[in-house]
Design a protein around this ligand. Sequence first.
Ligand code: ATP
Ligand code: MG
Length: 365
Amino acid sequence: MTDHSLLPAEFAGLDLLATMVVVTSAAGECLFANAAFEDTMRLSRRAVQRAQLPDWFDDAQRLLETLDGVAANHYSSSRFDAVLRRGAWAHEDGLPVHVIVSQMEAAAGGTPRVLVELIEIGQLARQDRDERNLDQVQATKELTRNLAHEIKNPLGGIRGAAQLLALELQDGSPELTEYTQVIVHEVDRLQSLVDRLLAPHRKAQVVGDVNIHEICERVRALVLIEHPKGLAIQRDYDTSLPDFRGDREQLIQMVLNIVQNAAQVLAPRMAAGDAQILLRTRVARQVTIGKQRWRLALELHVEDNGPGVPAEIRDRIFFPLVSGREGGSGLGLTLAQTVAQQHQGMIDCESEPGKTNFRITLPLP
Ligand SMILES: Nc1ncnc2c1ncn2[C@@H]1O[C@H](COP(=O)(O)OP(=O)(O)OP(=O)(O)O)[C@@H](O)[C@H]1O
Ligand SMILES: [Mg+2]
């Protein structure tokens, strides 16, 4: 067997990539696999180095032919889609990947080497979707903010005029006075709506050291006070998560909005006594948020066993004024997303009946 012990140092930089990369011989023998590959395949470095890359491919022949063609310089690179089978998880569904095979300089001994990049197709689609979402959210946010300002300005005038009218009418008909009260009341409602829309942009951030679990505990206590019966809020914390810099009050509001939504849709289950919310924290490595890459991030999952987000609004829940519930103003998630973005993070959601998971990702230093 060839001695590959010197090879990894040469490829150390590849370990920093989020994309899976494997260096093989022309025959498919693994000379090196980076950390992303080992993580995804759940294999140790030793196990990888004795293996044949084609063994993990559904269509081994296709890969072998490509490796051969590239190594023999018939073409300098080639791309195709394939499905990876995971070693110990062979019973799991395969992992669809986009494969890019390129030439590499030969090793010192002259053995031809080939670079194989494997990009998870699901991941590509997700990143694409996240990016599109962020752009859309940004555009809508701008529109909302401008609109809110336009609405806000005349409101004061309308309210004042209605009050003057009420004074004039004082001894007149009580019916007309009632109308002016309706005007004032509705203006106040609009005013508070507009204030909520503008709130996260107006207040300067108060940045300090924050602990995600302290925030979770605060929110948990608040929501349990509001719903003392039939609701269990479980925690599954990764206590190794470090503190980070952020605006504590805003972050509490962000998590609260999400947990409150869950509590609201769980009402029928609370009545039955089996409503559940789970707060789970995890470390995430090499995450892309929007267009930025972070080495380390924290994930807070808020999971509930409610009915799921209504299908007709699923793509739009983070947009302002989109609500699926009676009396909802549709601002909670917009505000939460804004807070996450102000912390360079983001929120996404996966939902099906019986299981809804809101994931907050925040970069860590
Ligand atoms: N955990 C969840 N399960 C099912 N649906 C949800 C969940 N969280 C949010 N939703 C849906 O997303 C909609 C939008 O939520 P959002 O918090 O933005 O607005 P809202 O709760 O309707 O009003 P507001 O929070 O401003 O009072 C909700 O009305 C609800 O239909
Ligand atoms: Mg809400």
